[in-house]
Design a protein around this ligand. Structure first.
Ligand SMILES: NC(=O)c1ccc[n+]([C@@H]2O[C@H](COP(=O)([O-])OP(=O)(O)OC[C@H]3O[C@@H](n4cnc5c(N)ncnc54)[C@H](OP(=O)(O)O)[C@@H]3O)[C@@H](O)[C@H]2O)c1
Length: 255
């Protein structure tokens, strides 16, 4: 049997690819043989991340800025990738924002901002990728949900939880709509993962202990914990799987 986890010859776009999780998932795809396009808001950040990954994996990695909330921007990204590489096999939607606000006073402009990136952005990125993949009759899309798409959470997370619930339903609905075109749509559902944006939690022993104790495996997640599940969903290893969220959460959602 051939190595069904291999991504040799596959072309991937990672939206939010210069972010904490996006960078490590991009590294994982590159290590497993994929050509990787790091896409994010800031062109310099995409190039810097691409260079960093390339220097470690020696793979084909480039940076191309795009804004997932802007259809034209994502369409241009797809066209540039198609022109350069001739196809698109994998899209990871690893962009996202959280604006923690007290629910009694939740400013609706912040609600709109978080929905704009997490929900509308995910739909635009899926829609544009889906159009390309429909022509090819194959493709794998992986959205970043969260344990907070399954479970309510205190601390001003109403908006974030609602967006991740929506990401899960976008994932399921598109999986059904596009199954006949052989486009698979799945999601990753991480628990808290230490990235530059959440490093302050790891640096605060009391807070870190609180988060770790809530996880059955007794620790906080690291970005590398997500790579195996991502490569699995991107590769032939998951060829009969669509519409699922894989929770990488140390057992958190099992209870
Ligand atoms: N870290 C965790 O604990 C955790 C847990 C569960 C789920 N997640 C989810 O995993 C994903 C990645 O999280 P992360 O921790 O890696 O966050 P991150 O480090 O903040 O990375 C997110 C990236 O998305 C980019 N971005 C924001 N708006 C965008 C837009 N409109 N178009 C394109 N890119 C955009 C950001 O760019 P700028 O920095 O320039 O704004 C950033 O580079 C998110 O969906 C998050 O909700 C994270």
């Amino acid at each position: 049997m051939k190595d069904i986890f291999k991504l040799d010859g596959k072309v991937a776009i990672v939206n939010g690819g210069a972010g904490g999780i996006g960078e490590v998932l991009s590294m994982g795809l590159s290590i497993h043989g994929a050509t990787v396009v790091i896409s994010d808001l800031n062109q310099e950040a995409t190039e810097k991340t691409a260079q960093k990954i390339k220097s470690e994996t020696n793979g084909e990695v480039i940076g191309l800025a795009a804004n997932v909330t802007d259809e034209k921007s994502v369409e241009d990204l797809m066209q540039t990738v198609l022109k350069k590489y001739g196809k698109l096999d994998i899209v990871i939607n690893a962009m996202g924002v959280n604006l923690k606000r007290d629910a009694f006073d939740y400013p609706m402009e912040d609600w709109d901002k978080i929905f704009n990136v997490n929900v509308k952005g995910t739909m635009i990125a899926c829609k544009m990728a889906g159009r390309v993949m429909r022509e090819q009759k194959q493709g794998s899309i992986i959205n970043l949900s969260s344990v907070r798409g399954q479970r309510g959470y205190t601390g001003g997370n109403t908006g974030y939880c609602a967006t991740k619930g929506a990401v899960e339903m976008i994932t399921k609905a598109l999986a059904l709509e596009w199954a006949a075109d052989n486009i698979r749509v799945n999601a990753l559902g991480p628990a808290l993962i230490i990235t530059p944006g959440t490093q302050h939690i790891a640096d605060n022993p009391e807070l870190a202990k609180k988060y770790a104790q809530a996880v059955p495996m007794g620790r906080i997640g690291q970005t590398k914990d997500l790579v195996g599940a991502c490569v699995f969903l991107a590769s032939e290893a998951s060829s009969f799987m669509t519409g699922q969220t894989l929770f990488v959460d140390g057992g958190l959602t099992a209870g």
